[in-house]
Design a binder for this molecule. Structure first.
Ligand code: C2E
Ligand code: MG
Ligand code: MG
Ligand code: MG
Length: 284
């Protein structure tokens, strides 16, 4: 019996699983050094008013240029950063960098002084007891007014400890930053929780936008989220807008803001000034 079990045990060393585990360990080790090595950068994707294409904010999106593997997508390294706790220093870096960049756009590129910067924040960060004071310190240090910063938090954080999250949101609100619920519609959170969250913006997950023209029910989802947001005094942003037909429908559904490849891809900082000057190809 014992011998069989032992053999079965050896069978666990599936070479492909092993390769994955090794890659992950490697990435984890490399990520530790990535910030200090200057391998992380931010791209910025414009978010515009659906009605007239006015750029009201840029969302900062982390990029990791690995010296050997090339560009590693955030969908790969953010989960590793979350599990290892590296998201704490990474997240602070993202906020500091994004705020500093925003200041340069206003000082040097003639951007509207009310242009906002949006940053993504994950559950592990929210759970840090000193999260709010750390944010406050960075805003101070970079000379950023809280109302010019929007914090995007994915809806799934509500799955873990909704009550604690509601308190965190309230503390952030009190600090004066703006709040957005990211990827809304795919997670677990109920309308009952949403009612209690002091958020400014609901970002409808791009899945629903991708279904426009294919599945009538998804238009109904968007329509009802807009209706709910309206009655709660929240604004609606739709992410992942890729076609003119989607934009036309979202305007019909009275969505406030849109973001997606149709308007602009995430841009390296060097391309932001030009986009600010030229605007985006969204005609009223
Ligand atoms: P997210 O916050 O929902 O960001 C939107 C994602 O959709 C971005 O992917 C963006 O590049 C992509 N996107 C934008 N427009 C379109 C479109 O028209 N079509 C399609 N197919 N995709 C579009 P990205 O940059 O790969 O980031 C993926 C996720 O990684 C983000 O989703 C966010 O959850 C996370 N992430 C990125 N940067 C950070 C960060 O600094 N901190 C944290 N905690 N998470 C981050
Ligand atoms: Mg986001
Ligand atoms: Mg999103
Ligand atoms: Mg998303």
């Amino acid at each position: 019996q014992a011998k069989t079990a032992g053999k079965a045990g050896f069978a666990l060393f599936d070479p492909s699983m092993n390769a994955q585990a090794v890659e992950r360990l490697e990435l984890e080790g490399d990520l530790r050094k990535a910030i200090s090595n200057g391998e992380l950068t931010l791209d910025y994707q414009p978010i515009v008013r659906a009605r007239n294409g006015e750029i009201t904010e840029f969302e900062a999106l982390a990029r990791w240029s690995h010296p050997r593997l090339g560009l590693v997508p955030p969908t790969k390294f953010i989960p590793i950063a979350e599990e290892t706790g590296l998201i704490i220093p990474l997240g602070l870096w993202v906020l500091r960098e994004a705020c500093a960049e925003r200041r340069r756009w206003i000082a040097d590129a003639g951007a509207n002084p009310d242009l906002m910067i949006a940053v993504n924040v994950s559950l592990t960060q929210l759970r840090q007891p000193n999260f709010v004071s750390q944010i406050s310190a960075i805003l101070h240090e970079t000379g950023t007014e809280p109302r010019h910063v929007k914090i995007e938090i994915t809806e799934t954080v509500m799955m873990f400890d909704a009550e604690a999250m509601i308190e965190k949101f309230a503390a952030l609100k009190h600090l004066g930053v703006r709040l957005a619920i990211d990827d809304f519609g795919t997670g677990y959170s109920s309308i009952a929780y949403l009612l209690r969250l002091p958020v400014n913006t609901v970002k409808i997950d791009r899945f629903f936008i991708s279904q426009i023209g294919r599945q009538r029910e998804d238009e109904v989802v968007i329509r009802s989220i807009v209706g709910m947001a309206r009655s709660l005094g929240m604004e609606v942003t739709c992410e992942g807008v890729e076609t003119e037909a989607q934009l036309a429908m979202l305007r019909k559904l009275d969505v406030d803001f849109v973001q997606g490849y149709l308007i602009a891809k995430p841009l390296p900082p060097t391309a932001v000034a030009q986009t600010l000057r030229q605007g985006v190809p969204v005609t009223p």
